[in-house]
Write a protein that binds this ligand. Structure first.
Ligand code: FES
Ligand SMILES: [Fe+2]
Length: 355
């Protein structure tokens, strides 16, 4: 399937978990094919180590914490937070090679980000931001669904929201989403894809009607910002028809929803689909939070079902199948191009790693 990115770029930041998932229990999660164990030190710092004991490969995630150290559950090799073995059974001398890889981790915007590539190149200032997820003035709900399909399918899905009309009718889809043309812009230097769809005087789907309380028709903006490989932002603006931002940029007459996805490959054929919905209205209304959580989860599961089918179709098809792309696909095609460029830029690293 040359059209899909099956490999992943390693020298990139990926969301591994929500901060709330990482605690004093050992958490096993495979990121881009690397089995990793996550935990939090006693003073609250997240740690990520390779989930395989250097002795006989026992998963460290099935072992025990002793303070900030992991004691292997098989024969007791003990590792510090940097992955160095500090104790082995039956002898004083610890072999020089007794260590497991440790991975740079950063906690930001409610996510735990991990870097599985060359640690010297991990620059946390390059992690894209999603500040609404834990910021004053916003209320967020979130979740994560497991997707048994390659991550490129989810990238395609999110970059082309025309599918809302068909796959998510009755939730976020209305006929106008598929009818309204998009504009696509690619910032090659910053490596960001922008896709915008601005709809005027359109039907309000239940997702927004019930959460905002708007009765009647709306102006609806969908401005996508995709930061490959992992972070996808949908800046959604919903307002009663004719209510525009004021000249001084005040847009308090509108409702704003930031829909955030983190797309993290588990393996070449499976993906963690992290999703969050942040809003700047009804901040303390638990009913609205519950509704948005339930609705968005339903929508995500509709995508998961469709992409699971597609993964199977792709896995079973003969070589050389040709897709047909149209205007709605410009964002997805741009995303594939940037992802491919990222993977190819690492090709020399791969070769040296294999030596
Ligand atoms: S496998 Fe971990 S100590 Fe033996
Ligand atoms: Fe969808």
């Amino acid at each position: 399937m040359a059209s899909f990115t099956e490999k992943f770029a390693r020298n990139q930041w990926y969301v591994a978990a929500y901060g709330r998932e990482v605690g004093r229990e050992l958490l096993a999660r495979t990121i881009c094919g690397e089995p990793i164990v996550f935990y939090r030190t006693e003073d609250g710092r997240p740690v990520a180590l390779a989930d395989r004991c250097v002795h006989r490969r026992f998963p460290l995630s099935q072992s025990k914490l002793d303070g900030d150290r992991i004691v292997c559950g098989y024969h007791g090799f003990t590792y510090d937070t940097g992955g160095t073995c500090v104790s082995v059974p039956g002898q004083k001398r610890i072999p020089r090679t007794a260590r497991v890889p440790s991975y740079p981790v950063v906690e930001q915007d409610s996510f735990v980000w991990v870097w599985i590539g060359d640690a010297d190149r991990a620059d946390e200032t390059t992690i894209p931001r999603a500040p609404w997820l834990n910021q004053e003035g916003w209320t967020a709900v979130n979740g994560m669904e497991y997707l048994p399909a390659r991550y490129g399918l989810l990238v395609d899905n999110l970059l082309d929201l025309s599918h809302e009309t068909y796959l998510h009718a009755g939730y976020i889809g209305t006929p106008e989403v598929a009818e309204t043309p998009i504009t696509t812009e690619v910032d090659d230097d910053a490596s960001v894809v922008h896709v915008s769809r601005r709809m005027s005087d359109v039907e309000c789907p239940p997702f927004y009607a019930e959460s905002t309380g708007i009765k009647g028709r709306i102006d609806r903006w969908q401005d996508i910002e995709y930061h490959p490989p992992c972070l996808y932002l949908l800046h959604s603006r919903v307002a009663p028809t004719g209510v525009a931002p004021r000249a001084d940029a005040d847009d308090s007459g509108a409702f704003h929803v930031e829909v955030v996805y983190a797309i993290t490959p588990e393996t070449e054929n499976s993906t963690f689909d992290f999703w969050a919905v942040a809003r700047d209205f009804a901040l303390d209304d638990q009913g609205v939070s519950d509704f948005l959580w339930e609705s968005n989860r339903t929508v995500v599961l509709q995508d998961v079902t469709a992409l699971t089918v597609l993964e199977k179709v792709i896995a079973d098809e003969a070589e050389g199948y040709q897709e047909l792309s149209i205007n709605i696909d410009t964002g997805g095609l741009a995303a594939r191009r940037l992802l491919k460029r990222m993977v190819e830029a690492e090709a020399p690293d791969r070769t040296s790693a294999l030596r």
